[in-house]
Ligand binder design. Sequence first.
Ligand code: GTR
Length: 414
Amino acid sequence: MTTISGNLYGQEPLYDESKVPSYHLPALLESENGKAVKNVKQWENKRRPEILALFSEQVHGKTPAGKIPVIFQLQSMEERALDGTATRKQVRIFFGRDSSRHMDLLLYLPSNAKKPAPVFLGLNFTGNQTIHTDPGILISTRQTNNGNNPGYKDGYATEESRGLRVRRWPVEEILSRGYGVATIYYGDIQPDRPDSFREGVHSLFFKPGQEKPGPGEWGAVGAWAWGLSRALDYLVQDPGVNPDQVAVLGHSRLGKASLWAGAQDPRFAIVISNDSGEGGAAITRRKYGETIKDINTRFPHWFSDNYKQYNNKENELPVDYHQLIALIAPRPVYVASASDDQWADPKGEYLSLVHAGPVYELYGLEPLKAPEPPGLEKPVSTESMGYHLRKGKHDILLYDWSNYMDFADKVFGK
Ligand code: GTR
């Protein structure tokens, strides 16, 4: 997946910190009726639902309230995978009874676990077989955006795609630290194309004759987040998984999805954003790097159509992304950035944590408070928040994972 950035409509992205405009963030602890929010009860009963509704209506679109029965079918199980270090399960998760609508979950659990394992769950961009060279992983039969890139033919994966993304999924390291890892190809849930709404899960919720989401209805990021919750429906009932210790993570657009999944679904025990940038962790009012207009222009299908009214009008958006982080409280949250990924606005990603802090404090938790982000590869964390700035490009690498595992060790008391 290439990341395109910069120079849209003859306009250079803002990369000069001294030119970041001054801005006022929408209030976190003041209700729409003007009353101050002073305790957890007022936050949970009043302010949190207001903010969640605004993100639903104005940013991601509403996740349909209707429930679709989810059916699990074990497709393969190997108790001695990866030289006996892991149990590998592959589960097809059907959405309703139409057999064409499903996603395939790949799960590795550490073999030597004495109790149900904590698990990291994240979507992948290129097919489950790309996360490891393990010949037992079923090759995805979905069409991808990969054209005839190595390992793909007309967008369909071939045997050569096995292990193409091993750098992003350090499976052995994860298992050796006692964690399981679960993943799904994101296109199984909703293909990443503006013209795909009749193919993915969106159409399961359409009214008769409907062909695309209406203005306040969900976009593709919302669908990917929904898929993460359906994967969690499976994980919480797998006896090898600790249902109270599932961390959701995602890189880039899939980091936007993991934050939105974590904000909506309180069963996720830790929420991790890797380089999620605009529409993810970054404060949009900074206008640094990617802007709302950039994202809505390139990816008109990612967010609700309502979000387009904020193109070049960041200050009119009734929310900003510190509030998305606050929706996750009191559960622990980790945000990571990369130094060469200015398009995602590393400082803006960090500041969302800091500005979400007052909600964590309502719960008596210690947030990150320093007004400036830490230096390169100097991770900072409390028991409720973590952040690091990795050296290098827009990517998710072992360095990132190691810090997520250190944080999870701290949170889960390992
Ligand atoms: C970029 C997009 C980013 C990020 C990235 C990705 O082109 O501008 O917001 O989502 O794609 O998902 O790789």
